[in-house]
Design a protein around this ligand. Structure first.
Ligand code: UDP
Ligand code: MG
Length: 331
């Protein structure tokens, strides 16, 4: 793949500085290959760039590798978080330190090909768009179960939330300064980045990109983690799960009322017969289950309220290296 040609002069208000944000947790094995492709791809853009890496509490040599590479690559900047905060927050920590005009967020495992950065920022460079998502053309990775789960999640999210997110667009994005500022202005502790970007609005488009396989290491997303992210995402972006209980409750009450009337009439006409214990037990268990689900969902929201009212900082930085000077225009 070759980089698309660079426009002669960018339109008004569009400087030429690119910041790349790379969240990393235990990625040391793949970093040689990542930088071997990333740096030439950025050089080919012909603009000033910085690479803001976020070490998200790695337990391998990720941080040491980055520090060593910095000696020969001054454009490399390092934010090292005090522990593992998760990808969404790592990306936020990186974006908070960027100084470019356009920010590219991508995974550090080479699933997002660096050569596609040129194509990804092209709509931004044209001045027509502020936020560009990479749309994966080769959709189904990660097996039947994971795909079914992901489809289900996006359907549920679209149904229940106040913003739309597209299943085919991932976390490989290019965002204008004003979009990133809007994103950073959102103070919530429970962060679902895709939803936040979507909620911010701005002129958005997508670019088709062929995603690749992770080069080394393992994906950090077990089923439980994905489920947590899904529940978090849905309960952070809409209140339908809370409100639906009013309808379910009303429907249940109404049907029990009808059933009550039926029982009274039946008793008056035909006299009382022996009550059916099995049906009684089933009804009690069923509605106990329904009530517990309702309680659990209220608990989910209460948990959000709790973590928001604590107003703790989103993350702590152990070490920030290379941020003394802002990114400068390339001569
Ligand atoms: N990541 C991170 N913190 C975490 C988990 C992951 O910064 O707690 C980074 C990881 O290093 C990678 C990106 O987030 O650059 C995507 O993670 P991963 O490849 O595990 O997710 P997947 O591609 O399987 O969705
Ligand atoms: Mg990955």
């Amino acid at each position: 793949m070759t980089a698309s040609p660079v426009e002669a002069t960018p339109p008004n208000g569009h400087g030429r500085r690119v910041s790349v944000v790379l969240p990393m947790r235990n990625e040391s094995k793949g970093l040689d290959r990542l930088f071997a492709r990333l740096v030439p791809a950025l050089d080919a853009l012909g603009v000033a760039f910085e690479i803001v890496t976020v070490d998200d509490g790695s337990t391998d040599e990720t941080l040491e590798w980055l520090k060593a590479r910095r000696a020969i690559l001054p454009a490399l900047k390092i934010v090292s978080l005090s522990r593992n905060f998760g990808k969404e927050i790592a990306v936020t920590a990186g974006l908070a330190r960027t100084t470019g005009d356009v920010m590219v967020v991508m995974d550090s495992d080479l699933q997002h090909p660096p050569e596609s950065i040129a194509a990804l920022i092209a709509p931004w460079r044209s001045g027509a768009f502020d936020l560009v998502y990479a749309r994966r053309v080769n959709l189904d990775r990660g097996g039947f179960l994971r795909n079914a789960f992901s489809k289900g999640f996006y359907r549920a999210f679209d149904m229940m939330s106040e913003v739309k997110v597209d299943r085919e667009t991932g976390d490989f994005i290019a965002a204008d300064r004003k979009v990133v500022d809007a994103f950073l202005a959102m103070p919530e502790r429970n962060r679902f980045n895709r939803g936040l970007f979507s909620w911010a609005g701005f002129r958005t488009t997508t670019v088709a990109v062929t995603m690749e396989e992770r080069v080394a290491g393992t994906s950090q997303w077990g089923f439980i983690k994905l489920l947590r992210l899904a529940v978090n995402a849905i309960t952070s972006f809409g209140t339908l799960p809370l409100k639906v209980w009013a309808f379910i409750g009303s429907a249940v009450s109404l049907s029990s009322l009808l059933y009550g009337a039926y029982v009274v009439i039946k008793t008056l006409l035909f006299g009382a017969d022996v009550p059916g214990y099995p049906s009684l037990l089933v009804a009690i268990l069923f509605f106990a289950g329904i009530q517990l689900i309702g309680l659990g969902i209220i608990g989910e929201y209460l948990g959000h309220v709790f973590s928001e009212v604590k107003r703790r900082p989103l993350y702590f930085v152990q070490e920030a290296i290379g941020f003394e000077r802002p990114l400068e225009e390339r001569a």
